[in-house]
Design a protein around this ligand. Structure first.
Ligand code: PMV
Length: 327
């Protein structure tokens, strides 16, 4: 096949990956658990080139050199498996704000890995794709799947046991995920840097050591479809991650005033009887989980919070799609 197109969605972590035991291989200190976001998508189109170097574009425009190099380094892993120095033509496009705490790297490296493997004629299992996607961006290991996904930290030094797998399908639970966008600009501190700095937090050992209990609680809440239990653990895990970031020098503060205002509104919504819980990744946007039957009311309340630019509506989404594209 000369050209392949793959589409993958980002995911949000309920128990977060925050800390690496190996930076080169993107091996996490802890496991993590996420849900795939429907409707938010990155499309990767990959074609074989008749020259050795890659060409990388973002929606038709040549990518900045730093990003093009990161993508070429990732593609190198696939070329090595094929054993041939073939160049690739890559075009990537996302339908949501990139690099703003909406996990665009997760959907990008998942879609790119799937399309590259196929165009290079590698027949890889989903587990192998998850391990490779992880090398592009840790959270991409989870975006190789749809629905509810767990990424195992693993213990092996070579990362062969650090892969994600689905734990419940996208239609397991009729929930909605609302994304309150407070600042769509690219974030100032990327996740690799944020993690490296957070590992110096005086609270890092407590984060690492309390994580397994959060994962177990989330798995049990998911199996029981117990939203208060799931939501409470998700919020707790998110605030612990941000407590690490806040407790380093210089501090790492991902929030805007509107980020805090949305969190506070979620708390008052619960006081008003709504079932809504928040989580925040390494950026200023707030993701809110609620039953789909309450999504309209919760979205309307969040849209009124001062500083909220827009509300994206999503739900647990399916896994990646791939198709043959015109070369
Ligand atoms: O995959 P990365 O390197 O972009 O890191 C993701 C970090 C968080 O989004 C904050 C947490 C997570 O598990 O997705």
């Amino acid at each position: 096949m000369d050209a392949v197109e793959a589409v993958a969605s980002p995911n949000i972590a309920l128990a977060k990956y925050w800390g690496k035991r190996d930076v080169e291989l993107n091996l996490p200190v802890t496991g993590s658990l996420s849900v795939t976001l429907e409707g938010l998508e990155t499309r990767a189109r990959v074609a074989l080139r008749h020259r050795p170097e890659d060409r990388v574009c973002f929606a038709g425009t040549p990518a900045p050199p730093v990003e093009a190099r990161r993508i070429s380094r990732f593609l190198q892993l696939f070329r090595e498996l094929r054993g041939e120095p073939v160049g690739l033509d890559v075009d990537l496009a996302s339908n949501f704000p990139v690099a703003a705490g909406l996990a665009s790297s997760a959907s990008t490296f998942a879609a790119l890995g799937i399309a590259a493997a196929e165009v290079l004629g590698l027949s890889l299992s989903d587990r192998e794709l998850s391990i490779l996607a992880r090398r592009g961006s840790g959270s991409a290991a989870r975006s190789v799947f749809g629905g509810w996904v767990e990424w195992h930290a693993g213990a092996a030094a070579d990362g062969t046991d650090s892969f994600a797998e689905p734990i419940a399908p996208s239609d397991w639970w009729d929930l909605s995920i609302l994304v309150a966008v407070t600042d769509p600009a690219p974030k100032a501190v990327g996740s690799t840097d944020g993690m490296r700095r957070s590992e110096a937090s005086p609270y890092f050992a407590a984060w690492r050591d309390s994580h397994a209990a959060d994962l177990e609680e989330l798995r049990a809440a998911l199996q029981a479809r117990d939203l208060p239990r799931l939501g409470a653990t998700m919020e707790h895990n998110c605030l612990k991650m941000h407590a690490l970031a806040l407790s380093v020098q210089p501090p790492l503060l991902y929030w805007r005033p509107a980020t805090v205002a949305v969190m506070q509104r979620v708390l008052t919504l619960r006081g008003e009887g709504r079932e809504a819980w928040f989580t925040i990744d390494a950026g200023p946007q707030v993701k809110v989980l609620c039953p789909s039957s309450q999504a309209e009311a919760v979205a309307a309340a969040l849209a009124e919070v001062s500083g909220v630019k827009t509300i994206l509506r999503s739900r647990p989404g399916a896994g990646p799609r791939r198709s043959e594209a015109r070369a």
